[in-house]
Write a protein that binds this ligand. Structure first.
Ligand code: IMP
Length: 174
């Protein structure tokens, strides 16, 4: 059992927010004149998407896709399932998938295949964190907040067995 008292800070709130502002500016510029559809991957994206969407100062829609690749364990099972689907079609739209972390890449590979069948105009990927040490497949990542070492990270939306998502920084157990 890990509690908030056990955690060390990996990325503090100020560092998170200033990088998210940069990402938002870059995304707003890149999607000038496009029909931007932000798709957040639940549950881990909820804090990042709330902050990132406010940093993207242009018109867009926001929708969510519930995916799960982990049970209560902290290692990848490689099994991905849709737990709740988009509420609107994305055909012809410019989709930006917003993810909390890309670890093995298995979740994103599945997701990109799935979204591709819905005939969007374009699909790009924005992840707050990238942990390249565990990559098990190649996935294209267009926007990365932070590349991190191989820690199991917790907070700012990321859970430890469904707990500790509400911690406002990215922590880990040293
Ligand atoms: P992947 O399929 O291995 O790339 O894992 C993607 C999903 O696993 C993320 O959306 C997270 O929900 C979860 N995950 C991967 N690494 C971590 C971590 O360090 N902390 C919390 N969740 C993680």
């Amino acid at each position: 059992m890990v509690t908030r008292k056990d955690l060390a800070v990996l990325i503090d709130e100020e560092t998170l927010q200033s990088r998210i502002l940069e990402l938002g500016k870059q995304i707003a510029a890149d999607y000038e004149g496009k029909d931007l559809a932000l798709i957040g991957i639940l549950k881990g994206c909820f804090m990042f998407l709330a902050d990132l969407s406010r940093a993207i100062e242009r018109d867009c829609t926001v929708d969510f896709l519930g995916l799960s690749s982990y049970g209560a364990a902290t290692t990848s099972s490689g099994v991905v399932k849709i737990t709740s689907d988009l509420t609107r079609p994305i055909e012809g739209r410019d989709v930006l998938v917003v993810e909390d972390i890309i670890d093995t890449g298995l979740t994103m590979r599945y997701l990109l295949e799935n979204l591709g069948t819905r005939r969007p105009n374009s699909v790009r990927v924005c992840t707050l964190l990238h942990k390249p040490a565990n990559a098990r497949c190649e996935v294209p990542i267009d926007y990365v907040g932070f590349t991190i070492e191989d820690h199991f990270v917790i907070g700012y939306g990321l859970d430890y067995a469904e707990r500790l998502r509400n911690i406002p920084y990215i922590g880990y157990k040293p």
